[in-house]
Design a protein around this ligand. Structure first.
Ligand SMILES: *Cc1c(COP(=O)(O)O)cnc(C)c1O
Length: 464
């Protein structure tokens, strides 16, 4: 390394150490809401680098210019923090990543990193594919991974078609994820990771994730969770020992509905049986700088800042959305035309107790309204009518205020019928394995007054 390059590297080391101190000594001590509002963006950074802009700027630029050849060499060798080219990194994307890493790592002693992606599906591929590489052992068995069967339809297709059919990587489905023995029975020496989605979309399945984390670690493999439906305001698996979390940032994290986005958040030093030190030491940075650079599923800077703006109020939003949903779920449960309601907050839901163990509104004990921990269950629910599929469609078609759309996580209430939309392509047999009946109606309640949503549901139910 020549002297010029070395100087850039030395200066970067000092700047990085100062930034780390700022995060550890200040930011990590803030409450969740303060981190959600400010992330890692400081007054000092605003004044020194961004003309004092109090809001994180949208850097709509493809690439970064360098002072000289030494700086360019150091940057392209990843020896100094830089953003180089927006497919790899971009300052606006960086602000979002820093905030998500901190929120997902809230309450966790160690360090977390985040790599944003262009969608939730891209995030799931980037969190899983690096483990599905050719075996370094001489085993002739196909490599495999284990996942609960109750997962988002797109994830099911990615696992079942793209990985299993196209690439011959075996996905072993766990049909009753709250039975830890079923997970254990699927693991062998060619298993690369355990994957779980909870609460699941649309069935609101849940399981004891601490047991799944411990099981993964007993076998030297990582535990990866999709907690899109809970958001870090209700559940943070890394603080419970998980290695990696993925989000469809499209959903409640961007409740405004302004974009499609995803994110992978990982602790440092993950557990893995893959022989790759960079991957093990800092998974989020590894996928960002290498595999994701080569595949190209980066996030646009505009979308990063729109999402950041939504995240600032995440905790209080999740509280309101959860309370509205509880009221709506109770109404549906008591309605004579409704045969079943899946909402984890309902006391007689079979998974209520295990969900209540894990789903807590972050920082409720510091909220003057509560002053103690409170359970919140998010805004997704699903239900069935006694009249079956024809009643479900009639009800659906008569909704006036609640939107008919294949969407969830919005500030506006949205309903769908998964068997004809999000989970259509799975086919009937696989839907039945994943517990998605044809007449299941999925409902995600927004921030409207719940009485108005109940009135809409009531008038549509009358017409079935
Ligand atoms: C929507 C969704 C995804 C996929 O995310 P996109 O942003 O639509 O690509 C993954 N997991 C869950 C739980 C989802 O709801």
């Amino acid at each position: 390394m020549n002297e010029g390059v070395q100087k850039y590297v030395d200066n970067a080391k000092k700047a990085l150490a100062a930034h780390r101190r700022y995060i550890d000594e200040e930011v990590k001590k803030w409450k969740f809401d303060t981190i959600a509002v400010h992330g890692a963006y400081s007054v000092q950074e605003a004044i020194e680098n961004n003309q004092g802009s109090i809001i994180e700027p949208v850097y709509m630029s493809s690439s970064q210019a360098f002072r000289d050849s030494d700086e360019m060499e150091a940057a392209l060798a990843y020896l100094i923090p830089s953003w180089t080219y927006s497919r790899i990194h971009n300052p606006s994307m960086g602000y979002l990543e820093a905030t998500l890493a901190l929120l997902e790592g809230y309450g966790f002693d160690g360090e977390t990193g985040c790599c944003a992606a262009s969608s939730g599906m891209a995030a799931i591929a980037s969190a899983t594919d690096p483990f599905l590489v050719k075996s370094t052992k001489k085993s002739t068995e196909p490599i495999n991974f284990v996942s609960n069967a109750q997962i988002y339809g797109g994830t099911f297709q990615q696992f079942n078609i793209r990985k299993m059919q196209d690439r011959g990587i075996e996905c072993r489905w766990v049909v009753e994820p709250n039975n830890i023995d079923e997970w254990a029975s699927k693991i062998d020496s060619d298993t690369r990771f355990l994957f779980g989605e909870l609460p699941s979309n649309p069935g609101l399945s849940f399981f004891d994730l601490k047991k799944v984390i411990d099981l993964a670690h007993e076998h030297g493999i990582p535990a990866i969770f999709d907690t899109t439906i809970a958001t870090p305001a209700l559940l943070r698996p890394i603080s419970l020992g998980a290695d990696i979390v993925v989000h469809s940032v499209t959903k409640t994290l961007t409740a405004s509905g302004f974009c499609i986005a995803g994110a992978v958040i990982a602790r440092k030093h993950i557990v893995t049986n893959i022989d790759n030190d960079e991957l093990r030491e800092d998974f989020a940075t590894y996928i960002k700088l290498l595999p994701n650079r080569d595949v190209g599923w980066c996030l646009s800077p505009m979308q990063a800042i729109l999402t950041l703006n939504d995240i600032r109020t995440l905790r209080s939003k999740m509280d309101i959305l959860s309370q509205n949903s509880m009221k709506v779920a109770e109404f549906l449960e008591g309605h004579s035309k409704v045969s079943a309601v899946n909402y984890l907050g309902l006391r007689n839901h079979s998974l209520h107790n295990v969900a209540a163990k894990y789903l807590w509104l972050v920082d409720a004990e510091y909220d003057d309204q509560y002053k103690k921990p409170v359970n919140r269950y998010g805004h997704l629910m699903s239900f069935q009518l006694k009249g079956g599929i024809s009643a479900a469609r009639a009800f659906f078609d008569h909704l006036k205020r609640i939107w008919r759309a294949t969407d969830l996580g919005r500030i506006k209430s949205v309903a769908t019928i998964p068997s004809i939309s999000t989970h259509q392509q799975m086919g009937e047999d696989l839907r039945s394995m994943a517990s998605i009946p044809a007449d299941l109606i999925r409902l995600c309640i927004g921030a409207e007054h719940p009485d108005d949503m109940i009135a809409d549901l009531e008038q549509a139910l009358e017409k079935t």
